[in-house]
Write a protein that binds this ligand. Structure first.
Ligand code: 4AD
Ligand code: MG
Length: 457
């Protein structure tokens, strides 16, 4: 018997060789006396040619799209065949039957809900499987990047009793009779390991009970998070930039063919990523929104007493969050990656270090050493900051937030025993891939998206 091979292992040197392949019938085409089966095994696609004689009438009925097959035959290198080669089958065996209806269940026209319900079937498609390939390559690229800079990977717990990004998006659960949550971010745990390993990262799920149905929010997302010790705010921005560029370059270099196919713009090389990225202070971003003949405005909706809803567009004010659509419009106009920096303390999380220049201002109005990286087409992909390093300030912050010092004793100990300047950031993997591959919706780059109202498959 011939050796079983994976489709991608077949090369021009295998011309005339007899092999065994196993896979799923991606497409079946009848052409006169021949049946063409495009076999898919995850590593590639191979056109297999079966003569009608080989397929006895009765058995031909079993040969339906998405059945699984073992096929043996001879490799023929042929320019006219897709991929430049085909398999002349001399033996085939049905491994698992199919009713042939998969393609009818999920089409490009299916509504989004049908597609999500049948996501396990959608993944068999060329586009969806290419996205999964890029996801895998991207996680590896991040790991390679951190490895090359001597950053250690750790796996913090996701069952926690602390919040990081505000109480409103916590998923609560019962932990052996005690209250607990699904983690919103692994940041606090990463920080605790700096005194042990110096610089650390993790690629873990984070959870947010986000009610908003947008094209970039999930209830569960893959979070690439890093924490660096003894860095300055400038170092932090430079490291984010270095990471984004090195991962981008590496992925285009090794997997540019898949990325270009997903982007569908016929690109033969990576669109240029101009360095350094623009740095834009939040205050200046607000000005930029309001300036010029065509300002970017804030949408305000009001519900009147009679229940009618009114919408109005007004200029942004300092202290306003720049919401998703406006943020995307801003980065679209800028036309390249931009760090939006130094958000006001009152807009941001309790742990953020403040800009020493603002010490004389009331605390809520002080700028923080924080930054979001906005990428064209997506908006915020990275959020990071320097952390409050000293015991006195962090303790006060916890009290102001109404957080129990007891619950966070281990986080506070970090300041009790050798507080140190440090900072880090979190990158949403799905959003990064949307940007890289020019995909609009985060659900399309997520294995099994979790959004309100859906927890399966
Ligand atoms: O800006 P965020 O909320 O920051 C943090 O969680 C920090 N504790 C990270 C840190 O410093 N270690 O989230 C970071 C990034 C966002 O920029 C976004 O890309 C992604 O995580 N993100 C989401 N992605 C998908 N769905 C959601 N609901 C997301 N929330 C945040
Ligand atoms: Mg953020």
């Amino acid at each position: 018997t011939p050796t079983a091979v994976k489709i991608r292992e077949i090369t021009a040197e295998d011309d005339g060789k007899r092999v065994e392949v196993n896979g799923w019938a991606h497409r079946i085409r009848n052409n006169g006396g021949l049946i063409f089966v495009t076999l898919r095994d995850g590593s590639g696609y191979l056109q297999c040619v079966l003569t009608k004689k080989l397929i006895k009438c009765l058995k031909a009925k079993q040969l339906l799209a998405e059945c699984s097959l073992k096929i043996m035959g001879t490799i023929k290198i042929d320019e006219r065949a897709p991929g430049g080669r085909e398999l002349k089958a001399d033996y085939w065996q049905l491994l698992g039957g199919s009713d042939g209806e998969v393609k009818a269940k999920v089409t490009f026209e299916s509504n989004p809900d049908v597609l999500l319900t049948n996501r396990h079937l959608v993944h068999r498609g060329t586009n969806a499987s290419n996205i999964l390939r890029i996801r895998s390559h991207t996680m590896k690229a991040f790991r390679d990047h951190f490895d090359s800079r001597n950053v250690f990977e750790i796996t913090p717990p996701t069952l926690v009793q602390t919040m990081v990004e505000g109480g409103s998006t916590l998923f609560a659960l019962d932990y052996f009779g005690q209250p607990a949550y699904l983690t919103q971010s692994s940041q606090l745990y990463l920080e605790t390991i700096c005194p042990s390993l110096g610089d650390v990262y993790c690629i873990m799920p984070s959870y947010r009970a986000e009610r908003s149905h947008t094209r970039r929010h999930l209830a569960e997302f893959t979070h690439v998070e890093v924490e660096y010790s003894f860095i300055s705010f400038d170092d932090l921005l430079n490291r984010i930039e270095d990471m984004v560029c090195s991962v981008y370059d590496g992925l285009w270099e090794r997997h540019g063919d898949i990325i270009a196919e997903l982007r569908g713009k016929g690109e033969t090389e990576a669109p240029k990523l101009e360095r350094p990225f623009m740095r834009l202070e939040y205050m200046d971003a607000i000005k930029m929104c309001n300036e010029g003949p065509n300002p970017i405005l804030k949408k305000v909706t009001r519900t009147n007493e009679d229940g009618s809803v009114e919408t109005e567009f007004v200029p942004f004010e300092v202290g306003d969050d720049i919401p998703e659509a406006a943020e995307r419009e801003l980065v679209e106009r800028i036309g390249r990656p931009v760090f939006m920096t130094k958000f006001l303390a009152k807009m941001k999380a309790f742990y953020m270090e403040r800009d020493a220049q603002d010490a004389s201002l009331p605390e809520p109005d002080q700028r923080t050493l924080s930054a979001d990286l906005l990428l064209p087409g997506v908006g915020e992909v990275v959020g990071g900051s320097m952390r409050i390093p000293d015991l006195e300030t962090i303790t006060r912050k916890f009290k102001e937030e109404g957080l129990s010092l007891d619950d966070y004793y281990w986080y506070i100990d970090l300041r009790k025993y050798g507080g140190f300047p440090h900072g880090g950031f979190g990158l949403g993997l799905g959003r990064f891939i949307c940007w890289l591959c020019g995909i609009d919706h985060i659900r399309d780059v997520t294995l099994y998206p979790r959004i309100e109202g859906r927890c399966k498959p």
